[in-house]
Design a protein around this ligand. Structure first.
Ligand code: PCA
Length: 327
């Protein structure tokens, strides 16, 4: 009996000892060299170090574990505890997810920050309803237009095959008379090389990462919008995480958001220069093209407001009021 008691005591000590390392696989859609993926890898390292190895986050960039379109579902259903995804990739579920893709509402990082501060609580709530906890999010640089020819007006875009990544990009293609085809960033080099598409709206960063100068000739800076990526965790996994480890993860997330947002800014000029060095013509869109796009942007804004209901209107009104107050 005595031996039995001792054995029990020993077992209890083992159970109460240091928690076993928990590995969190983290799928990410963009290539390992992309600044979002670099930021995610640093976040993972920060959590692993900060939790003393109790939680080890392992990133899987480039869509290698789950393709971009499947990452949110994989986290929601607990196939993986954590992931990163393009927020506007969910605009088909709820228009609010496309709050960062309203054409020409914001056209700089500074304006985007004002919009995001207003919109973030709405997105946090929306994700919470879907069993997800928002940890951090980082913007992409401003979106411009890529072509394999000179384009001076929307009329010049007629019939071009256009790579889209969200509802908003799809709609832009429709309204400009182009033919949209949805393709993940990880697949675009091949899509352009084989002529599946010959145009897209995206940042200099993605064009640079995917070496699109090998297939395309022109990048027009139009600063249409700045979409965001976000990192999120399954809410059940989160509530099973100790308070101390939650605090570490929140702190690492705060640093990642800060560092990633600065990287996005620095990457903007660097990647546009890289596209030019690759042989592309990189320039601001001409007056006619800008005027045509503004008109399409106005239509898309009206459509978004109709879809996004009261919350969407409240966000846009609050943003416009905040900008007016800065004047
Ligand atoms: N790159 C991502 C989304 C926005 C961006 O700049 C992409 O093209 O898929």
């Amino acid at each position: 009996m005595k031996t039995f008691k001792l054995t029990l005591a020993a077992a209890a000590t083992v159970l109460a000892g240091p928690a076993l390392a928990d590995t969190w696989d983290m799928p990410m859609a963009y290539s390992g060299s992309n600044f979002h993926s670099v930021t995610g890898a640093e976040f993972a390292q920060c959590v692993t170090t900060g939790t003393g190895g109790e939680i080890e986050i392992v990133t899987h960039p480039g869509g290698s574990l789950f393709a971009g379109a499947d990452i949110k579902r994989a986290v929601q259903t607990g196939q993986v505890p954590i992931g990163e995804r393009l927020l506007s990739g969910h605009q088909n579920e709820n228009a609010l997810f496309g709050v960062d893709s309203i054409p020409f509402l914001v056209s700089s990082f500074e304006e985007h920050d004002v919009l995001w501060e207003i919109a973030e609580p709405y997105i946090t709530d929306l994700l919470a309803e879907q069993n997800l906890v928002l940890l951090y999010s980082v913007p992409w640089p401003p979106q411009g237009l890529y072509f394999n020819q000179e384009v001076n007006s929307v009329a010049d875009m007629e019939g071009i095959r256009f790579r889209s990544y969200s509802n908003a990009t799809n709609r832009l293609a429709e309204l400009t008379g182009m033919l949209p085809v949805t393709i993940e960033a990880a697949e675009i080099s091949q899509a352009f090389a084989t002529g599946v598409a010959s145009s897209m709206v995206s940042s200099g960063a993605t064009g640079y990462d995917r070496r699109v100068w090998e297939s395309l000739s022109h990048f027009y800076e139009v600063d249409a919008w700045l979409p965001r990526n976000y990192v999120f965790v399954n809410a059940d996994v989160w509530s099973d995480t100790s308070e101390a480890n939650q605090a570490v993860i929140r702190a690492c997330a705060g640093m990642a958001e800060y560092a990633g947002s600065w990287r996005a800014r620095e990457y903007t000029g660097f990647t546009l220069a890289g596209l030019a060095a690759g042989g592309m013509t990189v320039q601001r869109a001409g007056d006619q093209l800008v005027a045509d796009l503004q008109e399409i942007g106005a239509t898309m804004t009206e459509e978004w407001l109709a879809d996004a209901g009261e919350d969407g209107q409240a966000i846009v009104d609050a943003y416009r009021a905040a900008m007016a107050a800065q004047q």
